[in-house]
Design a binder for this molecule. Sequence first.
Ligand code: ADP
Ligand code: TRP
Length: 346
Amino acid sequence: MNDKKPRRILSGVQPSGKLHLGNYFGAIRQHIALQDEGDCFYFIADYHALTTLRDAAEREAEEAKRNGRAARSVADFLRENVWDVAIDYLALGLDPAKAAFFRQSDVPEVTELAWILSTVTGLGLLERAHSYKDKTARGIQASVGLLTYPVLMAADILIYRSNLVPVGKDQVQHLEMTRDMAGYFNTAFGKEIFPPPMERLDNVPVVPGTDGQKMSKSYGNTIEIFAEGKALKKAVMGVVTDSAPMEAPKNPDTCNVFNLFKLFATEQEQAALAERYRAGGMGYGEAKTQLLNQIDAYFGPFREKRKQLAADPAGVEAVLQAGAAKARAEAQKTMELVRKATGLRK
Ligand code: ADP
Ligand code: TRP
C-alpha cells in the first residue's frame, strides 16, 4: 500500500546564545530545507535551556563586568535568547505557513510525557549519556534536570510521534535513547503508541571555530550568523592561521580560513583560492577578506529580513502562538492515547 501520510519531521534548538556558523551549517540549514519534504514541527527548547541557564548567564555577566557593561538578569537572558532564536530562524527562511514554529514551554504536555517516560527508563541509561558526562566535566552542576534532559528530549520527539529528527552528530546518542524509551513504553503497556524516530544528519563536517577547534558557544570561538560590519570583520580577522610569511606557498587544506571559505564558495571559487595558497605570494589577510566577502554576500539578504522582524514583536509572537496551537493539538491527541494506555484514564 502506498502510504500518502506526510512524514512528521521535528527538531528543537536551545536558546542558549547567539547562533553561529556551526549551528547554521550543522542544523538550521537542513531544518529549513526540509520544510518542503514533510509535516514539520520546529521549536525553541526553553525548558531544556533551564538546565544550563544560570551557568551561561553567569559566564555572560562576568564578561559584561570585565567590559564595564551592565549584566542582564537570568530571566532577561532566557527571554532575549528565545527572542533571538525566533527572529533568526524566521529571517533565515523558516516559513510558518509550512512548518509549525513554537516555544517548547507553550506545550506543557511534554513535561507530563517526560514524567511518564521517566518511570519506564532505567537510571543506567541516563548515566551513560555523553552530553551529561561532558557538561558535568565542564563544571556544570549535576541537577536532576541535567540528568533527565534526554527524557524530556524523548518526550519532545515522541509526543508528536515524529518519524525524522534532523540534528547534528552530537545528538545521535539522544536519538538512540529516545528509541529505547519508545520501546520501553510500548512494551510496558502493550501498545505500539510510539513509532521509532530516526535521526537525519546533514553531510557537513564539523564547522571549525576561529581557533580551529569545533565552533561552539562554550569555546568562545564563534562567528555569529548575524554579526555584521566591524564585529564581523573582527571575528573573521581573528581566525587563527600559522605564521608563514607572505611569499611562502601555503596549504589550504590545513587552514581554518580556507575551511570556513569552503562552506560558502562554489567549486570554482574554492579551486581559485586554493591555487593562490599553493602559489605563494598571498598573505592570510587576503584570504580572510575573501571569506568576509562570502559571509556578507550569503547572509546580507537575511539581515534585512531580520531587522524587519525585530521591529514587529507582536507579529513574531503571533507566529509562535499559532505554531503552539497546532503543536499542542497534536500533543493532546497523543496524551489521550498515553493516559488510556497507562490506565491513568479510562
Ligand atoms: P554550541 O556547541 O554552540 O552550544 P549547540 O550544542 O547548541 O551549539 O548546537 C545546536 C546545533 O548545532 C546542534 O544540532 C549541533 O550539532 C549543531 N552544531 C553546533 N556547533 C556545530 C559545529 N561546529 N559544526 C557543525 N554543527 C554544529
Ligand atoms: N538537545 C538538542 C540540542 O542541544 C535540542 C533539542 C531539545 C532537540 N529537544 C529536541 C533536538 C528534540 C531535536 C529533537 O541541540
